[in-house]
Design a protein around this ligand. Structure first.
Ligand SMILES: *[C@@H]1O[C@H](CO)[C@@H](O)[C@H](O)[C@H]1NC(C)=O
Ligand SMILES: *[C@@H]1O[C@H](CO)[C@@H](O)[C@H](O)[C@H]1NC(C)=O
Ligand SMILES: *[C@@H]1O[C@H](CO)[C@@H](O)[C@H](O)[C@H]1NC(C)=O
Length: 475
């Protein structure tokens, strides 16, 4: 029990410290775990094939050849890493000429790309940094950039450069080059964050990478999708585990079964990825909400847990006998008896999707008390009342559709759920083949127009890292 508590405290301290290589209990020296510790094990012929292809493309790309000879590529996949037992999920982008790859948190709850600058002085220790002087296509826009999250901020200047991801390339992508980052926002090997929400909430004013690609027709299909793995229930989980995958321009039909249930985001609210949360079922009891703004939820891969209005959260826990509000550091959270399996389902105007009891159970605090993954959140400005993060998203295949603007969920396939708690290599940051080259449309004018500020809320402690990106609000 004590070790679970230590683990929880480690999570709690995570934001405030750089010691994040968050000791799982029984992990003697977490910082010493090599990041590619399993990469060389059990390589199959297919693995070697993928390695060989990737290796060749990286070198071709590095030395300026045309990589595969294909002029346009309509879809791509980026493998994810699960950091600290489902706390955050990162993928990779490549920036500059020649391209250099960086790991970035993939965040559907914000809209800016930023990375740590070579000159970064705070919060970037041990983090790979972007060296603008090494890129022949980098432009220094000499405009300040500052983004605030519930758990901290990142500040620097705006620049633009060629950015590649999953085989796509966008020239002149505006992004933040940050030299001051709040402690705990970045944890090696993560160098920054890629916002995947809409341009209206971009602090930089720039069109987000995904939106440039989707809007220019570079994708076979105007969708991006996520499959996220679960390790929260694995006491042997390492700091880094395989995280699932992110796709651009297609949905991977091997990862879900049945139909994708698409629900349109409320008209005119392209900012966060918003859906009204219409019903919560807990232990079989239903709580319904009107599909008005008071029930709007941001579907946010960059947030670890699920936050909602205190009255609704209290009502939810009232269905779990023996649950009680937390105090001290756990204020805003609830505990419940560990011998209770909690079944919660969420509906967003369409089908209802259940969250596994393993995801609801964030951790065990004492012999009998467990901590729930739903917590009280007070949002401000135009931010939605609910932030629905990875606690939910691990349980579905999720699809973010540009046109018509909508979000779809589907049931995970066996091929997807088999990746939960499963050993595997940690993907390395990739450059990918640059093919469908697109130029970012947003000029520098836009930079002046976005006055985004943010609020912070108190129970951020368990919403890890960049993660709380979901709560930047337009005031
Ligand atoms: C951009 O230019 C400013 C001066 O306008 C300078 O202070 C800063 O270091 C430059 N940053 C980068 C990343 O080149
Ligand atoms: C789709 O997912 C399966 C199962 O994880 C994987 O083997 C396959 O490579 C993926 N396809 C693409 C094109 O990414
Ligand atoms: C939760 O759901 C599982 C399977 O769906 C069921 O076996 C269990 O009894 C449910 N628990 C409660 C408390 O409703």
């Amino acid at each position: 029990m004590l070790s679970s508590l230590q683990w929880t405290l480690a999570i709690l301290l995570l934001i405030a410290s750089d010691t994040l290589a968050a000791p799982r209990p029984n992990t003697a020296s977490p910082q010493a775990i090599p990041l590619v510790r399993r990469a060389h094990n059990r390589r199959t012929t297919q693995d070697w094939g993928e390695w060989a292809k990737n290796h060749r493309e990286i070198l071709t790309s590095k030395y300026g050849g045309s990589s595969t000879g294909v002029a346009k590529r309509g879809s791509g996949t980026n493998l994810l890493t699960n950091q600290n037992a489902d706390s955050s999920y990162y993928g990779s982008v490549a920036i500059g000429t020649p391209p250099v790859s960086f790991n970035v948190i993939l965040d559907t709850g914000s809209s800016d790309l930023w990375v740590a600058d070579n000159a970064c002085v705070t919060g970037c220790k041990n983090v790979p940094k972007f060296q603008s002087s090494q890129s022949s296509t980098f432009k220094n826009m000499s405009k300040p950039f500052n983004i605030q999250y519930g758990s901290g901020e990142a500040a620097g200047i705006l620049g633009s450069d060629t950015v590649q991801m999953a085989g796509f390339s966008v020239a002149n992508q505006v992004f933040g080059v940050c030299n001051a980052v709040s402690s705990g926002l970045l944890n090696n090997p993560v160098s920054g964050l890629l916002g995947l929400a809409w341009n209206t909430i971009a602090t930089s004013g720039a069109t987000p990478l995904w939106q440039t690609l989707a809007g220019s027709g570079a994708w076979d299909s105007p969708v991006m999708s996520f499959h996220l793995t679960r390790f929260v229930d694995d006491s042997q989980a390492q700091t880094l585990e395989p995280g699932g995958s992110f796709t651009m321009g297609f949905v991977n039909q091997s990862l879900y079964t049945g139909d994708i249930d698409f629900q349109n985001i409320p008209s005119g609210s392209e900012s966060y990825w918003i859906l009204p949360l219409t019903e919560i079922t807990v232990q079989g009891a239903s709580m319904t909400f009107p599909s008005t703004q008071s029930s709007f939820a941001a579907i946010d891969t960059g947030t670890t847990l699920v936050g909602g209005p205190s009255s609704a959260i209290a009502q939810l826990y009232s269905q779990i006998p023996g649950s009680a509000p937390g105090s001290g550091n756990f204020e805003g959270y609830y505990t419940y008896p560990c011998n209770t399996q909690v079944n919660v389902s969420l509906a967003f105007g369409g089908k209802s999707w259940s969250i596994s009891p393993q995801d609801f159970r964030l951790t065990q605090l004492t012999q009998s008390e467990c901590l729930g993954a739903f917590f009280e959140l007070t949002t401000g400005g135009s931010a939605p009342a609910w932030i629905v993060g990875d606690t939910f998203l691990k349980n579905v295949y999720s699809v973010f559709r540009f046109n018509p603007p909508s979000i779809g969920f589907a049931a995970l396939s066996e091929a997807a759920t088999a990746q939960n708690d499963a050993d595997g290599p940690i993907p390395s940051a990739t450059i990918g083949s640059a093919a469908a080259a697109v130029s970012a449309s947003s000029g520098t004018d836009a930079v002046n127009s976005a006055a985004v500020s943010a609020y912070s809320f108190s129970p951020v402690v368990l919403m890890i890292a960049g993660v709380v990106a979901g709560v930047v609000s337009l005031l």
